[in-house]
Design a protein around this ligand. Structure first.
Ligand code: ZN
Length: 276
């Protein structure tokens, strides 16, 4: 599944081709994605692209009127191709650019989204998102204040750190891989109660989340295949992982076997020795 680093890398990859270009029209071969592709996209005609940005795992394409909100879902990818590129089975949508190129959306599982919004203010998909993990708004003071609020609730909160870290209202874009890896590197057990974290641990966790995501984006920038390459999708990058997907393999730090368990329907991987 494309996680925040892949979305960020995709965004950076397509921006030079989109920014300042005019979208002449769209070719939609399959409008049924997670939701129906907005009719404003299907009917798009002669619209200039002002900018491309990202919020959480949404690619936001700013037009001279309104926005395109793009989500890659479970298996989506975007590429820039020549206009006459043959359309394959999982290619669902092309935006035709005045450069003679197209922005092609490919998505075998069709959980992605292509929506139009006149404004992003109060958009239901974006309204309740927490801070960006790589922004200055995600810092120790912020996280501490969120935890203090939990402590002040009448009943002491039973929230567990791993699913909490993946909650978009707390911080966006920390998916399963990055939650597992960050907790390992911060040496915090995924089973800990949020309210039990010390200020040192919170400080460490903030630093590590930023580090793990930044490292992945840097790796992605170098290993993700060219966005203008026509054979197949860009593919999501393989990474150096300490715990994710390594059940029963030795911990790279202490040699203990990595364990796994289900938390909030997601598989958590952790080292029972290194993480306390
Ligand atoms: Zn270990």
């Amino acid at each position: 599944m494309p996680e925040l680093p892949e979305v960020e890398t995709s965004c950076r990859g397509i921006t030079p081709y989109l920014k300042g270009a005019t979208i002449l029209g769209a070719r939609v071969s399959q409008p049924k994605l997670r939701w129906m592709v907005s009719k404003e996209i299907i009917e798009i005609n002669q619209v200039k692209v002002i900018d491309v940005t990202r919020r959480a795992k949404y690619i936001l394409i700013k037009l001279d009127y309104g926005w395109l909100i793009v989500h890659l879902g479970m298996s989506g990818s975007v590429r820039i191709l020549p206009q006459d590129s043959p359309i394959n089975k999982h290619d669902h949508l092309d935006l035709i650019l005045d450069s003679g190129q197209i922005l092609r959306y490919t998505d075998p599982r069709r959980f992605g989204a292509w929506l139009f919004a006149p404004t992003l203010t109060d958009h239901p998909l974006l309204a309740h998102l927490g801070p960006e993990p790589l922004s200055d708004d995600f810092n120790e003071t912020y996280l501490m204040s969120v935890i203090e609020d939990l402590k002040n609730k009448r009943k002491p909160s039973m929230l567990i750190i791993k699913p909490w870290l993946m909650d978009n209202r707390v911080v966006v874009g920390v998916g399963n891989i990055y939650a597992c890896e960050s907790l390992f590197e911060a040496k915090i057990s995924p089973l800990r109660l949020v309210v039990s974290l010390t200020s040192d641990e919170i400080r460490c966790l903030v630093r590590i989340v930023k580090l793990v995501l930044t490292r992945s984006i840097t790796q992605g920038g170098t290993t993700l295949r060219d966005f203008t390459q026509s054979d197949g999708s860009p593919g999501y990058f393989a990474q150096q992982l300490f715990v994710y997907g390594r059940h029963n393999e030795p911990c790279k730090s202490c040699g203990q076997l990595i364990e796994s368990l289900k938390q909030a329907q997601r598989t958590t991987f952790y080292c029972p020795i290194c993480q306390t």
